[in-house]
Design a protein around this ligand. Sequence first.
Ligand code: ADP
Ligand code: MG
Length: 748
Amino acid sequence: NALVAAAAGQRREVEFPRKADGKPKYSSEVYGENVFTLKTMAKALPKPIFSSFLKQRRGRQNLDKATADSIAHAVRVWAMDRGATHYTHWFQPQTGSTAEKHDAFLSLLSTFTPGGEEVTPIDQFSGGQLLQSEPDASSFPSGGMRSTFEARGYTIWDTSSSMFLRTGPHGTAILYIPSVFISYNGDALDEKTGLLRSNEVLSRAACELVNLLEPEAHVSHVYTTLGTEQEFFLIDRTMYALRPDLKITGRTLVGQLPPRHQQLEDHYFGRIPGRVMRAISELELECLRLGIPVKTRHNEVAPAQFEVAPIFEEASVAVDHNLLTMDILHKVAHRHGLRALFHEKPFKGVNGSGKHCNWSIATDRGENLLDPTVRPETNYRFILFLLAALRALQQHAPLLRAAISSSSNEHRLGAQEAPPGIISAFLGDQLTEVLDAIEEDRTVKNFSVPQFQSIKVGGTVLDVKVAALPSIARDLTDRNRTSPFAFTGNKFEFRAVGSKQSPSFPVTVLNCAVTAAVTEITDALRAQKGAKPRLSDDDKLAVIRRFIAETKSVRFEGDNYSEAWVAEAARRGLPNIKTAPEAFTYLIADKHKRMLVDETGIFSEGELQSRYHILNERYAKDLAIEAETLQTIVGQEILPAALEYRKSLAESAAALKQVGVELSPEVETLNALAPLVKDMQAAHVALRTALAALTEHEGSDSNAHARRACESVAPAITRARDAADALEAAVADKFWPLPKYTELLLTI
Ligand code: ADP
Ligand code: MG
């Protein structure tokens, strides 16, 4: 029935909004419609109030009560005019997703008259209510940051991210207030606080370096910029509903590849299926309204896999927008009879999903500090920031590895489709040549020569120019899809981040590591400068040469998937961290802890410890949930199906024997089935044993627990899966209780 329904197709069409004259609105006119932007604020607020808010936003003063009250009033009127009945502090607990609790604007005003108490309903929203609210923190992961009896947590408005409206039921709306989440003692309980802190320290360090290099620059703020390419799968929702493993764990725990999947390489950038196109368009419309600058959409490598990407923004806003995009996609997909899968590896054997985090830093004058410009070889500021990123990677690669580690991303990393556990950087031929030339004190080869930068479109042998095709500029860097951290033109692309995870922590860690590196470089330049009034080019070159030499080991231009690289990386002494629990230990290892806690001060010792525990606990819990789910599916669906099939074969064989047929194909099939069923049963028992052993050790050291899950539960899951997949191939289709990969992947 599910197949027939899916084949009949779902048709939901959302019309793009129109102007009063009936012409379609332009995207730029819809953009930010549902956001309480600075522009809207400027119109709605008295001038002194607005400028006092701007000062607070730039960190120059605290928000006083009068200003907060005025803003609260203005935003309430704006929101209620658009149908809002409730407001919510929207925050990012350490669960990878977002949290919200709604409160109504409705309030009761009591007046006491001689006749008694009179109650008047009013709509109200005070400055105090805007600034903070107080959800019970005890039901969010805190990694021992506080115990249940000290459950107080606060959500506080993050004024750097605009408030916005989302649709509620019956045509109403809800006012969202982007917030941070901290404990009674001010410890970060969320993802965002650390990110905001890391932006701030990186800004300070980068300003110092820029102003030291160019004393007349007077740069006062530097922004981290982030563009997140989000990959995901969209499958038919009814098929999804028939797969308990997908529903519970986000991935298929059993299932064999169909004969055709991604081997023809015909899906990537292919025609987007109609139903998916309609869903993605609706997603884009909602994103536009929320001021999320969605830009790109395309098919990804695997069947049923897609990608959307926005224009980059200031990092913490980009993170808010990425989390919103995922949430909207989830809801929109539902309306189109689809289900969005954000898991890093929902299907074994086809490509998994990532979230490429394009990262750079820009000054308050809008200059991208990682823009190589026309002559990078003389752009010392660019070279120094590039070296800072390399230095960060070289010093703190294990931290980056830890920041992207989860039980789900583990299936992707090192699976010949995503970067391996070795973190290295790719720069491309030309930048490599620039660094080599500077190091060897020679001129740059063939660089900045115009014809070298354009690609000849004619045949190379005949050198015929095809008149109809324009000659095109070539990017400064080529592509290397295998590198975990690739320089792509004017930014780094951190490709190992998982599709499901919030980009917040990986970016926080990257910011911190770069901050430490920028500081190290600034100190080296200061020492080089000595008492001189300013740095000479030779001073700069001396420091540049030193850092080029020192960071060489982390640069790799070859195939990161190859065995040769594993050996080469070992020779270079680069860490090759194979599992998530191993990666987590680096979070609290001396060298890295010193950087996060003492040098940059992004996390307190307690905050870091708590994150370490949360990550370990989450890893072990994820595996336990998978194991339990698989155990149930095998015990209640797969084994009974196999036995049912066997019974039907046996009955046929018996009936045939009665009419004198001795050696029927049924008997052969029965004999072939027997060892498979036996193996499935043994794997089922092994899974139960591994799970029981894990539960028994609960409460022990969280990392030891995670390691146990990794070493005993994960292999038991794999073994049970192999046995189940062998059965899937052997059991008649009409007996098989679950939709197969063919149905899941090829039905949209
Ligand atoms: P590519 O195909 O080279 O990866 P895309 O056009 O797909 O390029 O862009 C990838 C992402 O990188 C986009 O979200 C884009 O906005 C973002 N990006 C571009 N420049 C920067 C930058 N300076 N900082 C951060 N992200 C950037
Ligand atoms: Mg890209």
